[in-house]
Write a protein that binds this ligand. Structure first.
Ligand code: HEM
Ligand code: HEM
Length: 330
């Protein structure tokens, strides 16, 4: 790809990003690396906690309720439903490959997965528990006490250990070996002619200015609505809520497009029900380009080649509550 083929408006992108693009040796997207091998006992504990509904006030909501690993690590809802069936304000991003994000949440307010993991447990609109109650619950169960002790080598369970274990599990949730990765590694038959044409459109029209790298995104904050403003009733203003800077209004983390076929609906407000719609909006608002139906379909076909091998999960069996365990409050 040559830089001059990227529309001039992308000159407004941060210098570092333009430089990164100019320096791109071959393809702007790279194969996804395999997961770093974690501490197996910690990962196994983190998996239990990820599937643990008793970390919520109601006793029915776990991380997996909103980041369902049977459905691309999302809930496939416009915006998530939390405690007391309350609909939240924002769309749940996938946890798949989330370890590759430069920061967590649409506005990047958590610096990494561990910092993120404490949020939902105590969020009244999500699991509506508290860190104190989480520790009390876990400490009341001998099975958990033993497992925490084995992993962290101390008697008292802390919230820091809880979030650390969950993050260790999440780091295993990578999806390698998508058909597009096979193509990148030299198997020219791994994608069809239409899918390849879609990739060329994706590159040449400038989508790769923001969606690049192994995760095809996740590595910068960008303004949503560059050519024309994004109109939404959602009210989220993105990154400015974190930095307090007016220049960051409507800057959102560029989502990864890995597994995007599975993670509908799209955008922070979940307003785009289909990939066709999301691609159309991106073309118009980010690049000032109206794709024809045929072009749009090719890009969508390309995006579907980014679906990787989903994590193989053996459903964890959770240790039972004891007489001392606090009961749920639905
Ligand atoms: C965001 C993990 C529970 C809904 C995230 C992100 C991660 C994550 C890693 C950031 C992803 C990214 O920015 O790309 C977890 C874990 C949970 C949990 C480990 C359990 C401790 C839940 C629950 C719900 C939920 C129960 C729904 C009730 C959301 C939403 C966001 C989000 C709506 C986006 C929020 C925003 O960006 O402002 N979660 N999650 N999560 N999660 Fe969860
Ligand atoms: C979101 C595709 C160009 C920045 C998305 C999504 C798709 C997509 C499918 C939704 C992902 C999800 O919600 O999980 C494309 C295509 C492009 C393109 C096909 C080329 C036509 C760009 C460019 C930029 C950009 C050039 C940056 C200038 C973003 C941002 C979001 C996003 C910030 C999140 C918006 C939000 O919901 O707040 N893109 N993209 N995209 N893209 Fe693009």
């Amino acid at each position: 790809m040559t830089l001059k083929r990227i529309p001039a408006l992308l000159a407004t992108l941060p210098l570092a990003l333009s430089a990164a693009l100019a320096a791109t040796p071959a393809e702007p997207i790279q194969p996804i690396p395999a997961a770093k091998p974690g501490n197996p006992a910690m990962v196994e504990l983190g998996k239990k906690l990820y599937f643990e509904p008793r970390l919520s006030k109601s006793g029915v909501i776990s991380c997996n309720s909103c980041h369902n690993l049977s459905m691309g690590g999302t809930d496939n809802l416009k915006t998530s439903i939390g405690d007391h069936w309350k609909q939240g304000p924002i769309n749940a991003p996938t946890v798949l490959n989330s370890s590759m994000n430069l920061a967590q949440f649409w506005d990047g307010r958590a610096k990494d997965l561990q910092a993120q993991a404490g949020g939902p447990i105590a969020n009244p609109g999500e699991m509506a528990f508290s860190h104190g109650l989480a520790v009390e619950f876990l400490s009341s169960i001998p099975g958990y006490r033993a497992e925490f002790k084995k992993v962290f080598k101390q008697d008292a369970i802390t919230i820091d250990e809880v979030t650390k274990a969950i993050a260790a599990f999440e780091e295993t949730l990578v999806t390698p070996n998508a058909r597009f990765d096979q193509w990148l590694k030299g198997d020219k038959k791994a994608i069809t002619a239409d899918e390849l044409a879609g990739y060329k459109l994706f590159k040449d029209s400038g989508c790769v200015a923001c969606h690049n790298g192994p995760a095809v995104g996740g590595n910068s904050f960008q303004k949503f609505g560059i050519v024309s403003p994004y109109k939404t009733a959602n009210g989220a203003e993105g990154r400015s809520g974190v930095t307090g800077k007016d220049a960051d209004r409507f800057n959102f983390k560029v989502p990864t497009l890995r597994n995007v076929e599975l993670t509908y609906p799209y955008f922070h407000d979940g307003e785009a029900a289909t990939l066709t719609q999301a691609v159309d909006t991106m073309g118009r608002l980010q690049l000032g380009r109206q794709f024809s139906d045929v072009e749009n379909a090719k890009i969508v076909a390309f995006l579907k080649t980014l679906t990787g091998e989903q994590p193989h999960i053996t459903l964890p069996i959770l240790p039972p509550s004891t007489d001392a365990t606090p009961r749920p409050h639905p």
